[in-house]
Design a protein around this ligand. Structure first.
Ligand SMILES: Cc1cc2nc3c(=O)[nH]c(=O)nc-3n(C[C@H](O)[C@H](O)[C@H](O)COP(=O)(O)OP(=O)(O)OC[C@H]3O[C@@H](n4cnc5c(N)ncnc54)[C@H](O)[C@@H]3O)c2cc1C
Length: 183
């Protein structure tokens, strides 16, 4: 994370809460709003409600304001959950790069440094593929035919400096934000 000032725009922090609905009350489908809110029934019977999209760098502090925003979405979407038991609140990151593309592969500027990151809003979906590609490369296998990893070159922002200060306190610059503002 040391040279994130060049490679990363930072991260959009997402806060969520989990609710336990009264017994017998079942939500069968995931619900979305056009503003990015979602209510997701989980296999254990709990319901996740989220998520905020906050330009808060890598600060995963769960704030009262964040919870208040989520609850206002829940109240509008499913008021029947107003009596649900509050289980927990947490925050996750959507770490992204300045050109919106992930960083995948070995760094030429720092031998031995391999990067798989910057997947922003899509790390859950793309992580398994990135992981399997990186596993192949790490074993010395060639890039699979037809796959061009050039756009994901970890050095494309000017390379990495092993002596740089490792300061993860980065803030998302609005001017470099070209990301989708949903989910
Ligand atoms: C609310 C929300 C909803 C999302 N929805 C989706 C979705 O629907 N689909 C989708 O594809 N993606 C989604 N994402 C994005 C996805 O979660 C991220 O893209 C993905 O988690 C990024 O993976 P990562 O491994 O780069 O970073 P992370 O998941 O943040 O993992 C980094 C890991 O490194 C650890 N770590 C940090 N510092 C250190 C250190 N110094 N030493 C050791 N370990 C350290 C952390 O504890 C963490 O486990 C969502 C994200 C949020 C917040």
């Amino acid at each position: 994370m040391g040279q994130c000032h060049r490679a990363c725009h930072g991260s959009l922090v997402g806060k969520l809460i989990a609710l336990q609905p009264p017994s017998g009350q079942v939500l069968r489908h995931t619900l979305y709003t056009f503003q990015g809110g979602c209510i997701v029934p989980k296999a254990d019977g709990s319901i996740s409600v989220g998520a905020t999209s906050e330009h808060a760098g890598f600060d995963k502090t769960v704030t009262a304001e964040g919870i208040s925003k989520i609850l206002s979405v829940q109240k509008k979407m499913v008021p029947a959950l107003n009596n649900a038991r509050f289980l927990r609140a947490w925050a996750g990151l959507r770490p992204g790069s300045v050109d919106d593309l992930p960083l995948i592969g070995p760094s030429q500027s720092v031998p031995g440094l391999w990067i798989a990151g910057g997947h922003f809003r899509d790390g859950i979906l793309l992580g398994p593929l990135t992981g399997s590609i990186l596993a192949e490369l790490l074993q010395g296998h060639p890039v699979p035919p037809g796959l061009d990893l050039t756009p994901f070159d970890p050095d494309r922002f000017g390379g990495w400096d092993r002596t740089a200060n490792n300061d993860p306190r980065l803030h998302l610059s609005q001017s470099t934000t070209s990301h989708r503002e949903q989910d």
